[in-house]
Design a protein around this ligand. Sequence first.
Ligand code: SF4
Ligand code: F3S
Ligand code: ZN
Length: 103
Amino acid sequence: PIDPNFEETRERVDDHEGHAVWGPVEEPERRGIHGTHVAVDFDVCLADGACLADCPVDVFEWVDTPGHPESELKADPAHEDQCIDCMICVDVCPVDAIDVDAG
Ligand code: SF4
Ligand code: F3S
Ligand code: ZN
């Protein structure tokens, strides 16, 4: 599962489409965590797709991650600013790849 303390345990190494990327990133195997308020651990996500299907405000978009051992698509929190903290994505992800900081 994603480490909910990633802001303390990881370093912000990049930005992607306006959100943070928390390392380590070593492509293609390690892709880091994307987003901060809505954070997706790309190394845990296996492209189940429930988060994209169920988010009521369409926070997520698919991005390509060719060569990643778990899956070659990841759910990117492209519109994390729109999140309404319903926690549905956290509940439906089968591998606990998503952390939403609703505090
Ligand atoms: Fe979407 Fe709700 Fe998840 Fe926010 S908490 S990203 S609104 S499903
Ligand atoms: Fe990935 Fe979980 Fe969404 S596996 S696609 S973050 S439901
Ligand atoms: Zn991203």
